[in-house]
Design a protein around this ligand. Structure first.
Ligand SMILES: [Zn+2]
Length: 649
């Protein structure tokens, strides 16, 4: 069957190709300036009123040429009819797909308009045909470092070198070629005695006993110092590759097959990368932890940390243009790929730059629709007002929900942890500045309400998110419930300094706004929501162990003090129990335990919830604290009994 016969056949039954199509023309002619072929095989419209360009292919030859021509037709349709990308739909229909599939997949991935592939099977008598939809192949992206890293710690340089050899061996065994190992040295000049003292204090803290009682048991322990770090990250592995590596471990494979179908794309990829790491051989090390961009950043910022260079493999070693600096930036998530950070300089005249920028913004602000829309609007504005300019864009969007507030008050220079962005327009000198900040807005829920809404009331579940940097997909909703909102501002510059005119974006328009500082905005938020901020600080701080968060629930820690036998015998209840914890003001009505005890470092006593006891209490025992457990709606004394039952009130 000839291509023209196929075209006539499909033209007669256009709805069979795709329901809802109305044919305009066979061989629509589009005038063009340079006399190349300009016929679209079939030209139709669909139910949405889009221009539908149908390109038919019969043979496998010249398939790449065919795709190239599609691009040309689309350009002409845009010129001739003034159609927009969003109003154009391209159908590539062919009886043979073997050669066409790859170029089609590339077009599908790159085109600004929508593209669809259809396989046509003509019946033997050439009078009828069947259609089948074609799925494009996943297109290979360029370099993309997976945001799920590994941190291997070593005590000395010999173990370190052996460890690196083992890491390389493990990746070789698994068939992973493209990865980097960043070597860090963290100097620790503490003496063995100093280290013992630190760990003694820590153990005492965990066990809730006086440090002196531990002196004997700890004095002989040699506490190792981990000074060497091998920090590894791999090029994102496709799902199929992960599954192939995992398939050698039957148990893990079974678990994967059970869990994978219900997971979202990104979670699935993260989970698969973790599984790949846990497959044998697993490199030996003295201590292991999971890494992620925020943690990598922290290493780089530590004053006692020195980088000993990057070991590159595969694409990272072949690409000699790639500097260590770029690798560091990508590991800390600065390319926007982690949805947290984006830092770029963009030439507004370069359409490829512009296209990339829009994609990067979509990724970096995936969880932040407010700023995503604002910034896209701003870019459109810059393009029309200053088409020849260059812009510096910097976005920090940690999406850490409740942790956003916690880090801002907890950390030194905490204001740096607040989400923000700026876009500086240069033409060639700086002429305008756009920026974004969090601002107080509306009324907030209480902390117990927020905890209930997003984490089932479970503080431990919230702390667990800190393991991967605290990022929460629901960030924009949480921020709103915290009584804040993402705002955008604009300031025009004269001689580099902002003029006194500041505007803020409201309902799509720039409106005058009073002068302010970013610090001032945050302080105003804290002032307005003092109780909430205090509660966030008190509650999360009780789980903050410096470099990590412990997410054991206080209930489990308290369970070991329960002596039910004695409790039943004494049968003592707390009369007129308080309704809220004296320290964090959380309601005690839902709590399992309550402690009436001494507050560490002070002479006063307080009724405390479990979390507050773990942080501010001394211990359970007569003279220190009484533990109560909720039993049938009343508080039963279950720990810290009076040694002499007759004396107890
Ligand atoms: Zn409390």
């Amino acid at each position: 069957m000839k291509e023209s016969a196929l075209r006539d056949l499909i033209a007669q039954h256009i709805c069979k190709l795709k329901p809802g199509l109305t044919l305009f023309q066979k061989e629509q002619y589009i005038p063009c300036e340079h006399g190349t072929k300009s016929f679209i095989d079939l030209y139709a419209k669909d139910q949405k009123g889009c221009h539908v360009l149908i390109e038919l292919k019969r043979s496998t030859t010249a398939s790449r040429q065919a795709i190239h021509e599609v691009n040309k037709y689309v350009e002409r349709v845009k010129q001739y009819f003034g159609a927009k990308d969003s109003e154009i739909h391209v159908i590539i229909a062919s009886t043979e797909w073997a050669e066409l599939l790859l170029p089609f997949s590339r077009l599908y991935a790159d085109a600004g308009f929508s593209v669809e592939g259809i396989q046509i099977d003509v019946s033997e008598d050439d009078l009828d045909f069947q259609v089948q939809s074609i799925s494009p192949l996943p297109i290979v992206q360029g370099r993309s470092i997976a945001p799920w890293h590994n941190v291997y710690w070593y005590t000395d340089s010999t173990a370190f070198q052996q460890g690196i050899d083992a890491i390389e061996h493990a990746y070789r065994q698994k068939g992973i070629d493209d990865y980097v190992i960043v070597k860090f040295y963290l100097s620790d000049h503490s003496t063995p005695d100093e280290r013992r003292a630190v760990s003694q204090a820590r153990i005492a803290d965990i066990l809730n006993v006086a440090e002196a009682t531990l002196a004997d048991s700890v004095s002989n322990i040699a506490i190792p110092v981990y000074e060497y770090v091998a920090y590894t990250a791999v090029q994102v592995l496709p799902k199929s590759k992960c599954l192939q590596i995992i398939s050698c471990d039957k148990d893990i494979m079974e678990e994967v097959q059970e869990l994978l179908p219900s997971m979202e794309e990104n979670d699935a990829l993260c989970y698969l990368h973790e599984c790949v790491e846990s497959i044998e051989p697993s490199p030996q090390c003295d201590y292991y932890e999971i890494g992620y961009p925020a943690k990598f950043n922290k290493f780089c910022e530590l004053p006692n940390c020195t980088s000993l260079g990057v070991i590159r493999h595969g694409i990272f070693s072949r690409n000699t243009v790639l500097t260590d600096k770029i690798i560091y930036a990508e590991l800390s998530g600065e390319d926007g790929s982690t949805g947290q950070k984006l830092k770029k300089t963009v030439d507004m005249r370069n359409p490829a730059h512009m296209q990339n920028l829009k994609e990067d913004i979509a990724t970096a602000l995936e969880t932040n629709p407010v700023w995503r829309n604002h910034i896209l609007q701003i870019i459109g504005e810059i393009k029309s007002e200053f088409p020849d300019s260059e812009i510096d864009i910097h976005v920090f969007n940690p999406s850490t929900g409740i942790f956003t507030i916690y880090y801002a008050i907890r950390k030194e220079a905490g204001i740096l942890y607040l989400p923000n962005y700026y876009i500086l327009v240069k033409n060639p000198d700086a002429i305008r500045l756009y920026f974004g900040a969090l601002e107080a807005n509306g009324s907030a829920l209480t902390f117990p309400q927020i905890l209930q809404k997003y984490y089932d009331g479970n503080l431990a579940a919230l702390c667990m998110t800190a393991t991967w940097g605290g990022k929460d997909e629901r960030d924009s909703d949480i921020i709103e419930d915290l009584g804040a909102q993402y705002r955008s501002y604009r300031s025009d510059l004269s001689n580099g300094a902002p003029t006194t005119n500041i505007f803020t974006l409201r309902d799509g328009k720039w409106r005058p706004h009073k002068m302010f500082s970013l610090m001032g905005l945050f302080n105003a938020y804290v002032e307005k929501n003092q109780t909430l901020v205090d509660q966030i600080f008190i509650k999360i701080h009780s789980h903050d162990k410096g470099t990590l968060f412990d997410f054991q629930s206080a209930d489990i820690a308290l369970e070991k003090y329960v002596d039910m036998a004695t409790a039943k015998k004494r049968n003592l209840y707390y009369a007129d129990a308080p309704s809220v914890c004296d320290i964090c003001k959380f309601p005690l009505s839902d709590a399992k335990f309550m402690v009436d005890g001494a507050v560490r470092g002070s002479l006063s006593w307080a009724n405390m919830c479990g979390d507050c006891f773990c942080t501010y209490g001394v211990k359970i025992g007569w003279g220190y604290g009484q533990l109560y457990k909720r039993e049938a709606g009343k508080w039963l004394l279950v720990g810290g009994f009076c040694p002499n039952p007759e004396q107890q009130p």
